[in-house]
Design a protein around this ligand. Structure first.
Ligand SMILES: [Zn+2]
Length: 308
């Protein structure tokens, strides 16, 4: 593009850019990001942009101490990642998106209207990740959730209870990108939580409405599960809060397994992973076996690795 054309394009691009910036700034009050584990007040973020001919448009946010934040919006996904974590985060994301499972799920949220998924990286709980900050509208529809990734999720293995899939990676995988694979497995686990919370299943919606009440009673009654109020709530929810949390962790591990078995397709390693997952299920999660056996059957049909 020559100079003149670049100028012309800029003058066309500026009103559009202005509108985009306004949209982002308008969305800022909902923005929660972290730096060194601390919450940043969204109103303290200043927005700026680079406009260079032939360069992709970059919009970024600057924190109160002038620290830059990576801020990208792709439809319904908002990534708020401190620049010091940018490179590793992009490696993890690329790894997750190298599978059809990852791409399909990412696209689904990127294109979903009425729902914003925020992804952040922080130093808090560096080897772990969590999904929370759920927001529901007045009709009980989930409109926002945040996945917080620890800044070292490419290291550290959780216990096989209730993480039979992520923990299975403890075996040495002679894959070049084994650290990214570990990080992407944890991302897949968190995406599993998001999809459960977005479920339109009436039982899940009802559990979401009651589980906080259950937890509050439990925390104030001396941790007594036999409290008649809790027995009544558990009957409605189809289990105690503890049982529901365990069930959800196992469902999220099912999503991690979908990614992992697609990524690790070499027969010997895939069979070794399935065997380890099954051993953990045999030890700690017999009630949840069927969901894992189904993923093994679907994802290992080419290699011929069997669940049993
Ligand atoms: Zn989880």
């Amino acid at each position: 593009m020559n100079q003149e054309a670049a100028m012309r394009n800029q003058s066309v691009a500026l009103p559009i850019l202005g509108a985009m910036l306004m949209a982002i700034i308008a969305a800022a009050p909902a923005l929660q990001s972290t730096a060194r584990g601390q919450e940043i007040d969204p109103s303290e973020l200043r927005f700026d942009y680079n406009l260079q001919p032939r360069q992709p448009l970059q919009i970024y946010a600057v924190g109160p101490r002038e620290e830059p934040f990576l801020l990208e919006r792709a439809g319904g996904i908002r990534e708020v990642v401190h620049s010091k974590y940018k490179r590793r985060y992009e490696r993890w994301r690329k790894e997750f998106l190298s599978t059809e499972t990852g791409r399909r799920q990412w696209e689904m949220y990127a294109q979903r209207s009425g729902f914003i998924l925020t992804v952040t990286v922080s130093a808090e709980n560096p080897f772990g990740a969590e999904t929370g900050k759920y927001k529901w509208n007045h009709s009980g529809v989930l409109t926002a959730a945040t996945i917080r990734l620890g800044c070292k999720i490419d290291e550290g293995y959780p216990s096989p209870l209730p993480y039979p899939v992520t923990s299975s990676l403890k075996i040495e995988l002679p894959y070049q990108r084994s650290r990214e694979i570990l990080a992407a497995t944890k991302i897949a686990h968190e995406f599993g939580h998001v999809s459960q919370m977005l479920s339109e299943d009436s039982v899940v919606i009802m559990q979401n409405q009651l589980i906080d009440t259950y937890r509050n009673i439990f925390l104030t009654n001396g941790h007594n599960n036999l409290d008649p109020r809790l027995i009544e709530l558990a009957k409605k929810m189809g289990g105690t809060a503890e049982q529901i949390y365990a069930d959800r962790e196992y469902w999220s591990e099912v999503n991690a397994m979908r990614y992992l078995l697609e990524r690790i397709s070499t027969k010997s390693f895939q069979c070794a992973l399935i065997k380890r997952i099954r051993e953990s299920i045999d030890l700690y999660g017999k009630n949840y076996e069927e969901r894992f056996a189904q993923v093994a059957a679907a994802k290992a049909s080419v290699s011929g690795c069997r669940w049993r």
